[in-house]
Design a protein around this ligand. Structure first.
Ligand SMILES: NC(=O)c1ccc[n+]([C@@H]2O[C@H](COP(=O)([O-])OP(=O)(O)OC[C@H]3O[C@@H](n4cnc5c(N)ncnc54)[C@H](OP(=O)(O)O)[C@@H]3O)[C@@H](O)[C@H]2O)c1
Length: 396
């Protein structure tokens, strides 16, 4: 197990050389100082007094139980990036014969990685392969349905036979059905859950033990969506499964941050792929499809005289993902125009959180019980991490 680095100032309870016990982090709230406790939990002064935290001006008769507890040993730094240099490392990207997956695969290949391309449609694959520059470090197509757990095992065996080790897994395959949750069929729901959520679980079940065993550093990325952070649109199946995808990756960060395996979730807005068919056919598969199946006139009209496509190029999405990997960013966001919407959503959540009533303080034992969830620590560490200078995957 790797250690989480701490600042000397934050190591009050033990030496910085000692490995961190996760229970100390999760249970840290049990020992929060009075100020931190009040601020972090929004406890009112009367409520704190009721709980026995000594606060000047506490209500008469409230129990007082000694001085403030010592500050907990909060780790200050986020997990350092397990994959700092991508050259010569091996990546597997699901659904990489087109769209965002192809953009990630091309960026990975340009970075000198050996790239394993998950695909289902051989036509898409044939159109994609010439886009990899001659002299690349290696490209290995693997036919793979991500909903099949055995398929994950076979994929890993194939990668090991060809390249020995696997370092980076990108869960990119996605069901983009924009169906209302109230109108979707069971089949649509099950399929979206299988591809957008369960496949991530399969990837971890199969690939994590291998990454931990080879010890050269590993990383999981999932392509979720802005819909996973800002779900207020009429696409219930998509948004609920993408929220789940974000949740899985955050949970994995909590679980794996003391290991040599990093975790990121990519949440793009619009990228110039099937979602935006007709806006830029860099991939010849799409050009051929468009020729064979012209757009309906009402859609074609929307794109007429638009000039260059307005949504993000898949290759740009790819390099943003790889920059996220070499920095071990928990959240890889690419579309700042969604910031006000995300802010509104979280403001609404905060506005819905009840204030602590003076006559109904939060029971102390409940607060202690909930600390592991209410302060898991990955978010303050990510904020600190974001203040550090950024690295580019092309320059590390
Ligand atoms: N494009 C955007 O604007 C946008 C925005 C936010 C998030 N995303 C996400 O980005 C990811 C890639 O989407 P994209 O836009 O690049 O469109 P895309 O090219 O249509 O990608 C979807 C891919 O998922 C594959 N797939 C579906 N079910 C699969 C399964 N069971 N096993 C293996 N592969 C499967 C599809 O393969 P087939 O060709 O065989 O069907 C297709 O290649 C998705 O997760 C999507 O939700 C896209």
């Amino acid at each position: 197990m790797r250690k989480i680095k701490r600042s000397p100032a934050s190591s009050t309870a033990e030496s910085p050389e000692q490995p961190l016990d996760r229970r100390q982090v999760l249970g840290a709230g049990l020992a929060f100082g009075a100020g931190g406790l009040l601020a972090s939990l929004g406890l009112s002064r009367p409520a704190a007094a009721q709980e026995g935290v000594p606060v000047s001006g506490a209500r008469a008769g409230a129990p007082q139980t000694g001085g403030p507890p010592p500050l907990p040993p909060e780790p200050k730094f986020a997990q350092s990036p397990p994959l700092k240099d991508l050259r010569g490392k091996v990546a597997y990207i699901t659904a990489a014969s087109d769209g965002i997956g192809l953009g990630i695969a091309r960026a990975a290949s340009l970075a000198g990685m050996k790239v394993c391309i998950g695909y289902r449609n051989p036509e898409r694959l044939q159109a994609a392969l010439p886009l990899f520059k001659a002299g690349n470090a290696g490209v290995l197509p693997i036919r793979h349905d991500v909903t099949d757990p055995d398929g994950w095992t076979q994929m890993l065996e194939q990668v090991k036979r060809q390249y020995g080790k696997l370092h980076l897994v990108v869960n990119n395959a996605g069901i983009k059905t924009l169906r209302e949750a109230s109108k979707a069929s069971y089949e649509e729901w099950d399929n979206a859950v299988a591809v957008n959520c369960s496949a991530i679980f399969h990837s971890v079940q199969v690939c994590l033990p291998h990454m931990l065993a080879h010890g050269e550093g590993g990383h999981f990325v999932t392509t979720a969506s802005m819909g996973g952070l800002l779900p207020g649109v009429n696409a219930g199946i998509y948004t609920s499964t993408k929220i789940a995808a974000v949740g899985i990756m955050e949970a994995l960060r909590v679980e794996l941050e003391e290991t040599s395996v990093g975790t990121s979730v990519f949440c793009p807005g619009g990228v110039n792929t099937d979602n935006y068919v007709g806006t830029g056919e860099e991939n010849p598969y799409r050009a051929a499809q468009l020729k064979a199946h012209p757009l309906p006139p009402e859609i074609a009209r929307r794109f007429k005289n638009r000039g260059r496509p307005v949504s993000m190029d898949p290759l740009e999405a790819g390099w943003r993902v790889l920059n996220g990997v070499v920095n071990n960013d928990l959240f890889i966001l690419s579309h700042p125009e969604f910031k006000p919407g995300m802010q509104e959503r979280f403001d609404a959540i905060m506005a819905s959180t009840p204030p602590v009533e003076a006559d109904a303080p939060i029971p102390k034992r409940r607060v202690a019980f909930e600390q592991g969830v209410s302060r898991c620590g990955i978010y303050p560490r990510e904020i600190e991490h974001r203040k550090a200078p950024r690295k580019s995957y092309t320059s590390v």
